[in-house]
Design a binder for this molecule. Structure first.
Ligand SMILES: Cc1cc2nc3c(=O)[nH]c(=O)nc-3n(C[C@H](O)[C@H](O)[C@H](O)COP(=O)(O)OP(=O)(O)OC[C@H]3O[C@@H](n4cnc5c(N)ncnc54)[C@H](O)[C@@H]3O)c2cc1C
Length: 419
C-alpha cells in the first residue's frame, strides 16, 4: 500500500489540528501525523493552560470581537457541550480537549496517525516528495503533494533543509522553557486568603538565596478540580530547546524547581499544608525555538505600528510577552482596545520550497514578534489559514506560493477572520 495524500500535516497542536480541519473541510485528502497519542500539542504535552485572550473590545461600540477564525471557536463550543459550561475565553479541561479534537478531525474526514515521529524528509526540485516516520513499531514512508509544518519547532522544515533562526537575533537565546505542574490537596479557601503573602515571601527567599528558580514571582492558575492548582512557574534559561542534551538538562533542573516551589509553599503558606505534587507535564514547555526563514519576517515594528498587508491571512493582539531569556523578569507591550496587527501569508512560506507551508509558533518572525502571536488561539488561526491556502492552491492547480490570495482571503473572512 502506498501512503499517498494531497496534504500531510506534521504536528497535532492547535496549528496542525486547525490546518487539517480547514483543508479537509474543503475536500482535501489530509493525513495528520502526531508524535504523541492524542491531539492538542503543547496544551497536552506541556500542560499549558489557559487560553490567553484572543478578543478585543471595540472602543466605540463596546462590542467584544473575537480575532480567530471559526474553527478555534468551534473547538471551544464542542468542549462546552461536553462540560456543560459556557466558558469561551480561558480555561479548558485537557481530557475533554483531547476527545473533542479526535471527534472534530474525524468528523471532517482527517486521517490520523498517532505515536509517529517524522524523522527524515526527501526533497526534489524544491518540493518535498515524501517523509520517513517512525510509527508504533514500524518505519513508514509517507507521500503527499503538499506539506504543512506545524511541529512548533519547525522540525519538518529543518529536516527539509530550510533556513531558520533560533531565538533572539543578537545571541540566539530563546524565551525560557517551563515545566508546568499541578498540586492537589490545596485548601483553596485558605489559599485565596493568603495569596497576597506568596510573592513578597518568595522574593525574600530569593534574596536570601533560598530559592534558585530565576523566575521573579510565582504564577498560579486556578483549576476546575477541587483542591487542585496549576503552576506555570519554573524557569530554565540559556539552554537551547533544539539541542536534545540541553533539553534533558532543562527537564532535570525544572523538576528540581517543581519540588523547590512545592516545599516553599507547603512550609510557609497556609492552605498548602496537605498539598502534594499531582502531576508534571509530559515534556518541558518550549515557548520559542526555530522560526523559519520565510518570504517575509514579521517584526516588532510591524506589531507596534499595527501593520496592514495586502496578503494578510491572520490578525493578533496578544501582548508582546517576553520572559527574560537570561534570567529574572518579564516584559510586556499591551495593545489597546480595538487594536490588532496583521500577519502576511509570506510569513508561512519558507524560502526555496514550493509545496511547504509553516503554521503556529514557528512561522517567519523575529523573537519579539513571536512573543505575541505564539498563544494557542492565534496558532490555531495560522493553521486554519495554512490549511485553507493548500485547499485553494490544489483546487486552482497552482502551488502554494502562487495561491490566489484574494480568493483565500474571501474564504477566511467568511470563516470569521478579521483581515
Ligand atoms: C510554558 C508555556 C506557557 C504558555 N502559556 C500559554 C497560555 O497560558 N496560553 C496560551 O494560549 N498559550 C500559551 N503558551 C503558548 C502556546 O502553548 C504555544 O505557543 C502553542 O501551543 C504552539 O502551538 P503549535 O500548534 O504551534 O505547536 P505545538 O502545540 O507545540 O504542537 C506541535 C506538535 O507537533 C508534534 N511534533 C513535533 N515534532 C514532530 C515530528 N517530528 N513528528 C510528529 N509530530 C511532531 C508535537 O508532539 C506537538 O504535538 C505557552 C507556552 C509555554 C511553553
Amino acid at each position: 500500500m502506498i501512503n499517498k495524500y494531497e496534504l500531510i500535516v506534521v504536528g497535532g497542536g492547535f496549528a496542525g489540528v486547525a490546518a487539517s480541519i480547514a483543508a479537509a473541510k474543503n475536500g482535501i485528502n489530509v493525513l495528520l501525523v502526531e508524535k504523541y497519542n492524542c491531539l492538542g500539542g503543547a496544551a497536552i504535552n506541556g500542560l499549558i493552560m489557559p487560553f490567553m485572550p484572543f478578543h478585543t473590545i471595540m472602543p466605540d461600540t463596546k462590542e467584544k470581537k473575537y480575532l480567530t477564525g471559526n474553527i478555534f471557536l468551534e473547538i471551544i463550543e464542542e468542549m462546552n457541550k461536553i462540560s456543560g459550561t459556557k466558558n469561551i475565553d480561558e480555561k479548558f479541561d485537557e481530557e475533554i480537549l483531547k476527545l473533542v479534537l479526535n471527534r472534530m478531525t474525524l468528523k471532517y474526514g482527517v486521517h490520523l496517525l498517532f505515536d509517529t515521529t517524522v524523522t527524515e524528509v526527501f526533497v526534489s526540485n524544491g518540493k518535498i516528495t515524501s517523509v520517513k516516520a517512525l510509527g508504533k513499531s514500524a518505519l513508514l514512508e509517507l507521500y503527499a503533494d503538499n506539506f504543512i509544518d506545524a511541529t512548533g519547532d519547525a522540525e519538518l522544515s529543518m529536516l527539509a533543509g530550510c533556513g531558520y533562526k533560533l531565538g533572539r537575533e543578537k545571541d540566539s537565546l530563546c524565551q525560557p522553557m517551563t515545566l508546568c505542574f499541578r498540586m492537589s490537596g490545596v485548601d483553596k479557601e485558605k489559599y485565596r486568603k493568603n495569596h497576597a503573602k506568596i510573592n513578597p515571601l518568595y522574593k525574600e527567599f530569593k534574596e536570601k538565596g533560598l530559592i534558585k528558580n530565576p523566575r521573579e514571582d510565582v504564577l498560579i492558575f486556578n483549576n476546575f478540580n477541587e483542591g487542585v492548582l496549576h503552576f506555570n512557574s519554573t524557569r530554565i534559561v540559556q539552554k537551547d530547546p533544539t539541542d536534545p542534551f540541553e533539553v534533558t538538562m532543562a527537564e532535570i533542573e525544572a523538576r528540581e524547581q517543581v519540588f523547590e516551589l512545592h516545599n516553599f509553599l507547603k512550609e510557609n503558606i497556609e492552605g498548602f499544608e496537605n498539598s502534594k505534587i499531582l502531576s508534571t507535564a509530559l515534556q518541558i514547555g518550549i515557548r520559542e525555538s526555530r522560526k523559519i526563514e520565510g518570504e517575509y519576517t514579521l517584526t516588532e515594528e510591524d506589531l507596534k505600528s499595527l501593520a496592514r498587508f495586502d496578503d494578510a491571512i491572520a490578525v493578533a493582539n496578544y501582548d508582546i510577552d517576553i520572559h527574560n531569556p537570561e534570567g529574572t523578569g518579564t516584559s510586556h507591550y499591551f495593545f489597546k482596545n480595538g487594536e490588532w496587527y496583521e500577519i502576511p501569508y509570506r510569513c508561512l512560506i519558507p524560502k526555496n520550497m514550493n509545496n511547504l507551508l509553516v503554521a503556529g509558533r514557528c512561522i517567519s518572525s523575529t523573537h519579539e514578534a513571536q512573543a505575541s502571536y505564539r498563544i494557542m488561539p492565534f496558532c490555531a488561526e495560522l493553521g486554519h489559514a495554512a490549511g485553507t491556502a493548500v485547499a485553494v492552491a490544489i483546487k486552482n492547480n497552482t502551488n502554494v506560493r502562487d495561491v490566489d490570495i484574494k480568493q483565500l482571503q474571501n474564504i477566511l473572512r467568511s470563516e470569521g477572520f478579521q483581515i
